[in-house]
Design a protein around this ligand. Structure first.
Ligand code: DQA
Length: 150
């Protein structure tokens, strides 16, 4: 059984009514419910959590290794400048998948750079809410593969 932590950064609590042309009409509650169902069907544990506060996200990442095997994170705007989030992910070294609903490379220049990407296993960007399902499938695969050298 794998234990997965899903972290959503600032403003993602507004999904559904926040710039729906860019982020879609699916709410965060719907995304979290679908992920929980997927994980339960696989016999995995999954917990989702959203915060608008950088320090709270850092705290959750620091605490994660005690309870979780992997992380799915949409850091929101923190993606582009939060070295604190990046350092926290690098410190805990849990397998991490970065998700963005929008294609950050097709938007404003300041969104083209992710400071989180170098410490993530990989990034999924541009597939809307379905990106979370893709991230779950990717992380599930990684967590079920035998560790190298084991
Ligand atoms: C986002 C992209 C970020 O640039 C933006 O600040 C967000 C959402 C996305 O999911 O597409 O808040 O991470």
């Amino acid at each position: 059984m794998a234990r997965i932590l899903v972290l959503h950064g600032p403003n993602l609590n507004l999904l559904g009514r926040r710039e729906p042309g860019i982020y879609g009409r699916t709410t965060l509650g719907e995304i979290d419910r679908d992920l929980a169902r997927l994980a339960a069907a696989d016999g995995h544990q999954l917990e989702s959590w959203q915060s608008n506060h950088e320090g709270e996200l850092v705290d959750r990442i620091q605490d994660a290794p005690a309870t979780f095997d992997g992380i799915i994170i949409n850091p929101g705007a923190f993606t582009h400048y939060s070295l604190a989030l990046r350092d926290a992910l690098a410190a805990v070294r849990l397998p991490t998948v970065e998700v963005h609903l929008s294609n950050i490379y097709a938007r404003e220049d300041f969104r083209h750079h992710s400071v989180v990407a170098p410490v993530a296993l990989g990034q999924i960007s541009g597939f809307g809410a379905y990106g979370y399902t893709l991230a779950y499938l990717a992380l599930r695969q990684v967590l079920s593969s035998p560790k190298e050298g084991a």
